[in-house]
Ligand binder design. Sequence first.
Ligand SMILES: Nc1nc2c(ncn2[C@@H]2O[C@H](COP(=O)(O)OP(=O)(O)OP(=O)(O)O)[C@@H](O)[C@H]2O)c(=O)[nH]1
Ligand SMILES: [Mg+2]
Length: 264
Amino acid sequence: MFSLFYGLWKYIFSKTEFHVLILGIDKAGKTTLLEKLKSVHSNLEGLPPDRIIPTVGLNIGRIEVANSKLVFWDLGGQPGLRSIWEKYYEEAHAVIYVIDAACPSRFEDAKSALEKVLRHDDLQGAPLLILANKQDLTDAASAEELARYLDLKKLDERVYIFEAVSAYDGMGIKESVEWLVEVMERSKRTEMLRARAGVTGPVKRKWGLVSTWRGLQKFMSACILTSSEQDDLQLWLFPSPMVAVLIGKKDQMRKKKCQVCAEE
Ligand SMILES: Nc1nc2c(ncn2[C@@H]2O[C@H](COP(=O)(O)OP(=O)(O)OP(=O)(O)O)[C@@H](O)[C@H]2O)c(=O)[nH]1
Ligand SMILES: [Mg+2]
């Protein structure tokens, strides 16, 4: 009995975890962005910009958005450190690519590093969020100007967006993350990573499966079978939000399960 309700509780309230890589050349503002992400999306105070030093290893940040857990991997962007990026590609659900929009002299470097990222097989189909960072500075290029400048050819098949943000004042960050969650939930890349991890079934979207009566009925019919094997319990579903729990026989439960299946 306990296991049944615990299973149901876990099913409804557990969150899908996504791994998001934060890439970009050095001084683009990746770590400052990560700290801002933490303060915008959780109660945690991120590190203030004046305490952030150039990244040599890896910074990890976790936030929760709606029904999802996001784990960010922020890597160092100095030329000698970029060869490490690819070690994280295989497990990533999506990529955030940060560009210092106020520094045109480094656009070419940012562009060629991004093209290299996009060519890599291990990142096939990963949604891409390109951030034109440092919008608090008056001479920063807009998202459209940056898109025109980068003129990326390898984006045809990929879900992507350019967004103008400021890791200092938080402009555009919430919207960017919401977009990311939305596309990761639907992406083929997520399906592929889930299949590889041996997880079956669709990604839960907010109340997804259980939001309709049919979804609830399907889920509970699966529960009946599981619990009947263990606890000798029976669950009957009625066409209302109420669920009645009765003690009964296993074979009746199987019959009920078959009726549910036969309707499909
Ligand atoms: N004005 C302004 N400065 C920013 C912003 N984001 C980052 N910076 C500054 O840009 C510099 C580099 O920021 P970092 O976050 O360390 O850059 P990074 O991309 O993590 O650099 P690496 O770790 O070396 O790859 C720092 O001086 C930050 O304070 C922003 O939105 N606006
Ligand atoms: Mg950094």
